[in-house]
Design a protein around this ligand. Structure first.
Ligand code: ADP
Ligand code: MG
Ligand code: ZN
Length: 648
């Protein structure tokens, strides 16, 4: 069901890379052999005095030279016997630093320069002696061929074999399966693998349920990719990039793919973290590559998922990350450089918009921000029906009920629930999914998000029963509360010990202070029931306490509802779309006063809930007993019991 990591056909030509590597390897081998050969042929010649090339030419011109021998890199010469040593010395050592003795054998050597045809030049000088020898160009007989064979071809083969042996075994050790080019090849390959291109994503907007506003903004981009002339005529420019912002699992990736599917253009997909992953220094070049390839393929869509991995603000206090900054700079440069009128649209997704570098979201880059929120009730219902259509589902299933019970779930959660329900149906030997499977799946997914799995002993079970009934009773006894749908003390495989599900009749966007307070009271009802019945408290209330405290704190610091501070904002949320972490915006003194205020709210709610439960002790007992026997009770059963048991 998760379509975002389907590997697309990877057509970024890994082949040329491979040949390029092969070529590099041969160049290195060639240089090594060349160096060895040079070393061998320039070994010092102890018998001959080295002179400059000019001196050599002078000697030839003056007719002093008897024999010249041309070697690969040197020229050796022997002076005629009748030439006085003094005249030779004049030529080879005009500054007169050498003595006659030092050149006594009159044998010289100089470096060979190939700037003109030395052979025919010397030929014209009518030298005596080995004239025929230097007429012969290098390597013109069998012996020389053999020499070249020995000094060049054999080492090349030997080194290549060595190379194969070493690098192949190295590649094997690294778990690489590409044969032949082994290690070197794999460096090139992983670079090529950074982005996936899908020519046809096979997902369209009808696969994205709800999210109508987000889809609307994207439809304009589709229209532009289809008929750009319409926009050119008016002179309207397509925004270069759009940033999808929202909590994890809300369908950002899905929507980007659907956009490509809808526009029927290639989809270049890569993830921000892949840029800064394995090889240092390649991020920037990857960005360049990507934009180059993509602009040849226009119209197309480039999608950078989780862009916060590279797009993090550059001036963070934790010191800089050069690699990431370079990559980001390259991205900024590419976004400025490419021509949007060609039909390249850059999309990016993030769930941490606040950490993004300001430069990324300025006009001309990701200038359009598309908010992808958690789905509301109709949204959840349509997401459920999109995914339900992929499984065999019974006719009597009412998806709206599931949608009602899943306030706050993301698209990914809902997709997961449908799948869990289908799995349960198979497990129980049914061939279609029924309502019960779905309700069960809701609990698996929602409750599974909270705690570890557990098996209860009977004492624990009693505690849990009272705890859950405590929540339900306190909730039912207050006027601002939500109706109970189900209470259970069957521990989930991976979930909480018990569970009280209350369902709002509709999605709520505004809450009154009273409603918030009654939420706190309800949350504290579990702990209070333990106190009232067993005069003891357990760790089972940890999650309730956390949530109650967080609501109480919000009342004081964010909603400005406390008497002490009035409408004063004391905290701000930083990662709105992730954990919603908050930071204090006040002095430390005020901070501790806030703590006091939060404490006061919690204390008041706790007192109220204990009072409520003490007053309704009989009801608490009756319902808890019933729950202990049945393990599950529905909302209707609960209300019946509540109404049939008198107060006290
Ligand atoms: P994000 O990228 O926002 O974290 P994804 O796009 O990866 O989320 O969504 C994960 C899965 O959740 C999708 O593959 C899809 O099955 C499901 N999903 C999320 N939102 C929707 C939606 N609006 N309609 C249908 N399915 C959705
Ligand atoms: Mg995603
Ligand atoms: Zn509880």
């Amino acid at each position: 069901m998760n379509q975002n990591n389907k590997p697309g056909p990877n057509n970024n030509q890994p082949q040329p890379n491979r040949w390029a590597n092969m070529f590099n390897v041969f160049m290195v081998l060639f240089l090594i052999i060349f160096a060895i050969n040079t070393l061998i042929s320039t070994r010092p010649n102890t018998l001959k005095t080295e002179i400059s090339y000019n001196a050599f030419m002078e000697l030839v011109d003056r007719g002093y030279v008897q024999v010249v021998e041309l070697n690969d890199t040197t020229i050796s010469l022997t002076i005629k016997e009748n030439v006085p040593a003094k005249s030779v010395l004049e030529v080879v050592d005009p500054n007169g630093r050498s003595t006659i003795e030092s050149i006594a054998n009159l044998q010289f050597v100089t470096g060979r320069i190939d700037n003109y045809d030395i052979v025919s030049y010397l030929d014209g000088k009518h030298l005596e002696g080995k004239v025929g020898d230097f007429k012969r160009p290098l390597a013109n007989n069998q012996g020389t061929y053999m020499q070249i064979l020995a000094s060049w071809v054999v080492p090349v083969i030997a080194l290549y074999l060595l190379y194969l042996f070493f690098f192949r075994s190295m590649a094997k050790r690294m778990g690489s399966d590409n044969s032949g080019m082994g290690f070197m090849g794999s460096v090139g390959k992983s670079r090529a693998k950074v982005y996936n291109v899908e020519k046809n994503v096979g997902v369209s907007f009808k696969d994205v349920a709800g999210q109508d506003e987000a889809k609307e903004s994207l439809i304009e981009i589709v229209d532009y990719l289809h008929n750009p002339e319409k926009y050119h005529k008016v002179g309207a420019k397509q925004p270069k990039g759009a940033l999808l912002v929202g909590p994890p699992g809300t369908g950002k990736t899905l929507m980007a793919r659907a956009l490509a599917g809808e526009a029927k253009v290639p989809f270049y997909h890569l993830t921000g973290s892949e840029f800064v992953e394995l090889y240092v220094g390649v991020g920037a070049s990857r960005v360049r590559d990507l934009f180059q390839t993509a602009s040849k393929d226009a119209p197309c869509i480039i999608f950078i998922d989780e862009i916060d991995a590279i797009g993090k603000s550059r001036d963070n206090s934790l010191g800089s990350n050069d690699e990431r900054e370079q990559t980001l700079n390259q991205l900024l440069a590419e976004m400025d450089g490419f021509d949007a009128s060609k039909g390249v649209v850059v999309l990016a997704a993030t769930n941490r918009p606040e950490v993004l570098d300001k430069a990324l979201s300025r006009a001309g880059r990701f200038d359009r921000r598309i908010i992808v929120e958690k789905p509301d009730l109709p949204g959840r219902e349509s997401i459920l029906s999109v995914h339900a259509s992929k499984v065999k589902i019974a006719k009597e299933v009412v998806l709206r009920d599931i949608a009602l019970a899943t306030s706050g779930a993301t698209g990914a959660d809902l997709a997961n629930m449908i799948n869990e329900a289908a799995l349960r149906a198979v497990r129980l030997g049914r061939d279609e999914v029924i309502q019960e499977d779905l309700m069960e799946a809701v609990e698996v997914v929602i409750a599974g998000k909270e705690k570890k799995d557990r098996i209860l002993n009977s004492k624990e079970k009693q505690l849990v029963a009272y705890h859950e009934v405590g929540h339900a009773l306190v909730s039912a006894l207050q006027k601002n509360s939500q109706p109970i749908q189900k209470i259970t003390i069957v521990p989930r495989t991976m979930g909480s010990l018990g569970y009280t599900m209350s369902v709002p009749e509709e999605d709520r966007y505004l809450m009154t202070k009273d409603e918030l307070l009654s939420q706190i009271t309800t949350l504290l009802g579990g702990r209070a029931a333990e106190l009232v019945q067993f005069s003891t408290i357990t760790t089972g209330a940890a999650n309730d306490i956390e949530r109650a405290t967080s609501i109480a704190r919000s009342i004081v610091t964010i909603y400005g509802m406390s008497e002490k501070f009035g409408p004063m904002g004391l905290e701000s949320t930083v990662s709105q779309y992730l954990d919603g972490r908050r930071v204090l915006m006040c002095s430390e003194v005020t901070g501790s006063e806030i703590d006091g205020e939060v404490r006061a709210i919690l204390d008041a709610c706790q007192a109220e809930t204990i009072e409520l439960l003490t007053k309704n002790k009989k009801r608490l007992d009756a319902i808890s007993e019933f729950l202990l026997q049945r393990e599950n009770i529905t909302g209707d059963e609960f209300m019946e019991l509540l109404n049939n048991t008198e107060e006290g």
